[in-house]
Design a protein around this ligand. Structure first.
Ligand SMILES: *Cc1c(COP(=O)(O)O)cnc(C)c1O
Length: 355
């Protein structure tokens, strides 16, 4: 069997969830959209038995959790797309974001088996989804007077909380607070960077995503993010070793030429597994627990590493592409992307869970 694996440390996941709760003293919806950022939504939700609830993007993701026996509240962050979804939302007792006028109308007109929980979304400055501050109180009134609505949470989303020197988050807070004045409902605005770096934001409910998986939403080092434990370790083994003289090319396009005699290891991992092809020579990798680097272009199923500094490395040696020795954030930086995308792009690699 091919030795490429993603090892998922569920105790690290629980640690990170508990940490989000400690920082905020709030109720927390564990965000498990996109198959829990590539970690497996059902297994992660089952491991978070103590969670106050979960958040996914859309109804099919929520139904997968209900089918697996998850009983806690589940919120649809992207809401519903057609009025016909409301019947299942009610039947499976799912909460939905409400971001548009047509949805208010659909909820008012629906004939539901029971009233549903609504998270009323305000566009406080991200300009992606939600009611404008001027429309917000009227939208709240429309939900509040409907017998189809069981509860309302006031929600907004932060667009720049990962940039600590930008005024946007404070501006969003002021906009949100002004527009919700007099509305007696619980509030939710904090995603991972909001939880880690903006303690002044109100939070009855918080919505941690990337931090649960032990990655940082910040480009720079940030003290609070250092307490997180990486959940996924992407590992494989050395399946080939060769000694090359100085001046020899390695891999497609001869993008790396050995500067001196070099011991090259071939690893069973490539871009078809989700390892980014954009990672160039020099990207860190750990072999036998020791740091070395990727050399040459990443291929579909394999990549090459420099074994010269790892004398004990041989056929079958353990390789960590990212995980506890090298953070996914570090690889994301090398590939000019964010850890969110690397984790979500994982594919073909079997996941192994440890408790
Ligand atoms: C994805 C998402 C989150 C979680 O964001 P992280 O940055 O991963 O913590 C929170 N709220 C909403 C509305 C989202 O779409």
């Amino acid at each position: 069997m091919r030795p490429a694996h993603a090892v998922i440390d569920l105790s690290a996941l629980r640690h990170n969830y508990t940490y989000a709760k400690q920082l905020t003293q709030a109720k927390a919806l564990a965000v498990v959209k996109a198959d829990a950022y590539g970690h497996g939504a059902v297994r992660c939700a089952q491991a978070l038995a103590q969670a106050d609830g979960f958040a996914v993007a859309f109804l099919e993701e929520a139904l997968e959790l209900r089918a697996a026996g998850i009983k806690q509240p589940i919120l649809l962050l992207e809401g519903f797309f057609q009025p016909s979804e409301l019947a299942l939302i009610a039947e499976y007792d799912i909460w939905t974001a409400v971001h548009s006028a047509w949805q208010l109308e659909a909820i008012a007109q629906a004939n539901l088996s029971r009233p549903i929980g609504c998270w009323l979304k305000m566009d406080s400055g991200m300009h992606r989804m939600g009611f404008s501050p001027a429309q917000y109180a009227a939208a709240w009134q429309a939900l509040n007077c409907s017998s189809n609505v069981a509860s309302i949470v006031l929600m907004t989303h932060l667009s720049q909380a990962d940039e600590l020197d930008q005024p946007r988050t404070e501006e969003q807070l002021i906009t949100f607070n002004q527009a919700r004045q007099g509305l007696p409902s619980a509030v939710s605005m904090r995603n991972s960077p909001g939880i880690l770096a903006w303690p002044e934001l109100p939070s009855d409910w918080v919505r941690p995503g990337i931090m649960l998986y032990g990655c940082s939403p910040f480009e720079q080092e940030q003290a609070q993010a250092q307490q997180l434990i990486p959940v996924m370790s992407l590992t494989s083994k050395i399946i080939g070793v060769r000694e090359l003289a100085a001046g020899e090319p390695v891999g497609y396009g001869a993008r790396y030429i050995t500067p001196e005699s070099t011991r090259v290891g071939i690893v069973a991992m490539g871009y078809a597994d989700g390892y980014p092809r954009q990672a160039e020579s020099g990207t860190p990798v750990a072999v036998c627990g020791q740091l070395t680097k990727i050399i040459g272009r990443v291929s579909m199923d394999m990549l090459a590493v420099d074994l010269t500094p790892v004398a004990q490395a041989q056929l079958g040696s353990e390789v960590e592409l990212w995980g506890k020795q090298i953070s996914a954030d570090r690889i994301a930086q090398a590939a000019n992307t964010i850890s969110y995308q690397l984790l979500c792009n994982l594919k073909r690699v079997p996941r192994h869970y440890i408790d």
